[in-house]
Write a protein that binds this ligand. Structure first.
Ligand SMILES: NC(=O)C1=CN([C@@H]2O[C@H](COP(=O)(O)OP(=O)(O)OC[C@H]3O[C@@H](n4cnc5c(N)ncnc54)[C@H](O)[C@@H]3O)[C@@H](O)[C@H]2O)C=CC1
Ligand SMILES: O=C(O)/C=C/C=C(\O)C(=O)O
Length: 486
C-alpha cells in the first residue's frame, strides 16, 4: 500500500502521532494509499521551514533565476505526465481524456505563465512637483508577501493547487500547501518534481489532513502564515476568514457558485447544446464554474430540453481507464449522499425529472464507487432548493423565460456571483446582457475558455479578490511606494 507523507523542509516525513487516513478510489471504493495526518507539530514545522526559506537561497535569487527553476518544474510535470495523470485519475475517478486535456497541462502551464509574467511586469512611477521646485519621483517595487497558506479542493486538484503555488513562488514567496484529504496524490508527487527542479528545501511544503481540528485549521490559524489562498465551499471560506482575522491576514477566496446559463432563441443551438453539455456535466458537474441553472427562451425551450436530455443519456459512464468513458464517479460516497439528497429534494418539491435522478447500474467490481446519473429537471419554482443551492453534481434545472430583462433578473437573483454563460448570435444583446450579470466571469458562446492573463474570481458570496495574470500580484506581493525627493 502506498504511503503518503508530508513534505517539510525538503524531506518526506510521517506524523509524530502516527495518525493516518485512507485515500479512496471513488470509482470502486478501494483504498489507494494511507496518508499521514498532520498535527500542530507538523504544521508548525512546515511553516517554520517556509519562513526560514524566505531568507535562504530562494529569497536571494533574481526573478530570472526563479523563473528558470519554475520552468523546470513545469517541464518536470510534463516529463512525468503519465504519472500525474494516473495519480489524478486514481484520486478523483475522472476520465483520463479530461485530465489529460485540462488538469495536467494546466498544472504545468500555471508555472510557466507566472514565471514569464514576473520577468516582464512593470511597476508604476510618478514624477511630482514640490513647492521648492526640485520635484520628487515616486516608484513602486513589489516584494513577496512571505509564507502563503494554500488550501486546495478535490475537484481539480493539481490545476487549482498550482494555480496558487505557481504565482506564489514566481513572486518569491514560500508555501505550505494543504491539499484536500480526498486527493493528496498529485500534490505529493509535485514535491518530487520540485526537488528535481532545484527548488530549495522549505520553499514548497505539504501537510496532509482534514479541515476543522486538523491540518487545514492548524495552518490557517498559524500566526506565521502571512496570507491564505483558498478554493472551496463558501461556508469553509467563512471559517478560514475567521481564522485569518487574527493578525489581520489577507485572504484570496474562490468560493461556491450557482451559475446560470442563459440561452436565447437566436443562439446557434448546436453550440449551445455542446457548451451546456460540458458546463453541466464535465467532471461530474464538480466544477465551481459549472452551470446548475439554465434559463432558455420559450420558443426553443422544448427543443433545448429534448436535446440536452439526449446528450445526457448519451454520456458514457465508466472508469478513467475506459477509453470510451466521458463521465466518471463523484469524488466520494459522502459527496454522493449530498448530491442524491438534492435529487430527492427536487422530486419532493415537484420537479419533472427529465432524465436521471438516481444511481446507475454498474458492474459488480464498481459497485462500491460513487456513481450517480446525469440529471435534468424542469418545472420547479424559482425558490426550490435545487435551483438556489450549490449541489456540485452532474445536474441542472431548466426554466423557460420570455424577456431579456427577466433572464437577467433570474440569473442575478442568488447570493452567488461566480460565472455565467450567454448563448446568442446577437452581438449587441451579448454585450448588453454580459454587462448586467452579477458574476466575476461571463462567457459568451463558450464555457471554461481560459486565458490565464485574465482576472478570475467571484463576486457576492462567490469569493474575495481576483487571481490570474497581473491580478495575482495584488495578492501574492506587497506593493511598496518609494518617494525620492530630488
Ligand atoms: N471548487 C469548489 O468550489 C469546491 C466546492 N466544494 C463544495 O463544498 C462541498 C463540501 O466539500 P468539501 O471537500 O468539504 O469542501 P471544503 O470547501 O470544505 O474543502 C476544501 C478544502 O478546505 C479544507 N478545509 C475544510 N474546512 C477547513 C477549515 N475549517 N479550515 C481550513 N481548511 C479547511 C479541506 O480540507 C479541503 O482541503 C462540496 O459538496 C461542494 O459543494 C468542494 C470542493 C471544491
Ligand atoms: O482556474 C481555472 O481555470 C479553473 C478553476 C476552477 C475552479 O476554481 C473550481 O472548479 O473550483
Amino acid at each position: 500500500m502506498k504511503e503518503i507523507k508530508h513534505l517539510i523542509n525538503g524531506a518526506f516525513v510521517g506524523s509524530a502521532s502516527g495518525r493516518t487516513f485512507e485515500d479512496v478510489n471513488p470509482a470502486n471504493g478501494q483504498v489507494i494509499a494511507r496518508v499521514h495526518e498532520a498535527g500542530r507539530a507538523e504544521v508548525d514545522a512546515a511553516v517554520q521551514a517556509a519562513r526560514a526559506a524566505l531568507k535562504g537561497p530562494w529569497g536571494k535569487m533574481s526573478v530570472s533565476e526563479r523563473a528558470e527553476i519554475l520552468h523546470r518544474v513545469a517541464d518536470g510535470i510534463t516529463a512525468r505526465f503519465d504519472e500525474f495523470l494516473e495519480a489524478e485519475c486514481l484520486d478523483t475517478g475522472k476520465p483520463k481524456s479530461l485530465a489529460s486535456h485540462i488538469d495536467i497541462p494546466r498544472g504545468a502551464a500555471n508555472f510557466k505563465v507566472f514565471a514569464d509574467l514576473l520577468k516582464n511586469v512593470a511597476t508604476e512611477a510618478f514624477e511630482m512637483a514640490t513647492p521648492d521646485g526640485s520635484g520628487a519621483i515616486n516608484y513602486a517595487v513589489r516584494r513577496p508577501k512571505g509564507v502563503i497558506g494554500v488550501i486546495s479542493p478535490w475537484n481539480l486538484p493539481l490545476l487549482l493547487m498550482t494555480w496558487k503555488v505557481g504565482p506564489a513562488l514566481a513572486c518569491g514567496n514560500t508555501v505550505v500547501v494543504k491539499p484536500s484529504e480526498e486527493t493528496p496524490l498529485t500534490t505529493a508527487l509535485l514535491g518530487e518534481v520540485m526537488q528535481a527542479a532545484g527548488v530549495p528545501a522549505g520553499v514548497y511544503n505539504v501537510v496532509h489532513g482534514f479541515g476543522p481540528d486538523s491540518a487545514g485549521a492548524f495552518l490557517t490559524e498559524h500566526p506565521d502564515v502571512n496570507a491564505i489562498t483558498f478554493t472551496g465551499e463558501t461556508r469553509t471560506g467563512e471559517a478560514i476568514m475567521r481564522a485569518a482575522a487574527k493578525g489581520v491576514r489577507p485572504v484570496s477566496f474562490e468560493l461556491g457558485g450557482k451559475n446560470a446559463g442563459i440561452v436565447f432563441a437566436d443562439c446557434d443551438l448546436d453550440k449551445a447544446i455542446e457548451g451546456s453539455m460540458r458546463s453541466v456535466f464535465a467532471n461530474g458537474g464538480q466544477v465551481c464554474l459549472g452551470t446548475e441553472r439554465l434559463y432558455v427562451e420559450r420558443p426553443i425551450f422544448d427543443e433545448f430540453v429534448a436535446r440536452l436530455k439526449a446528450g445526457a443519456e448519451s454520456l458514457v459512464i465508466g472508469t478513467p481507464d475506459d477509453p470510451q468513458a466521458n463521465f466518471g464517479p463523484l469524488i466520494s460516497l459522502q459527496h454522493r449522499e449530498k448530491v442524491l439528497s438534492y435529487y430527492q429534494k427536487a422530486v419532493d418539491e415537484g420537479a419533472t425529472v427529465v432524465t436521471g435522478g438516481g444511481v446507475p447500474e454498474m458492474p459488480a467490481e464498481l459497485a462500491g464507487g460513487a456513481w450517480v446519473q446525469p440529471t435534468i429537471w424542469t418545472g420547479l419554482a424559482d425558490g426550490a432548493a435545487v435551483v438556489t443551492e450549490e449541489i456540485f453534481g452532474p445536474c441542472c434545472h431548466i426554466r423557460p423565460f420570455d424577456r431579456e430583462e427577466e433572464a437577467v433578473e433570474l440569473a442575478n437573483s442568488l447570493p452567488y456571483g461566480l460565472a455565467a454563460t450567454i448563448w446568442t448570435e446577437n452581438t449587441s444583446r451579448a454585450h448588453r446582457v454580459a454587462g448586467q450579470l452579477e458574476a466575476g466571469i461571463v462567457w459568451v458562446n463558450s464555457w471554461f475558455l481560459r486565458d490565464l492573463r485574465t482576472a478570475f474570481g467571484g463576486s457576492k458570496q462567490s469569493g474575495i479578490g481576483r487571481e490570474g495574470g497581473v491580478h495575482s500580484l495584488e495578492f501574492y506581493t506587497e506593493l511598496k511606494n518609494i518617494c525620492v525627493k530630488l
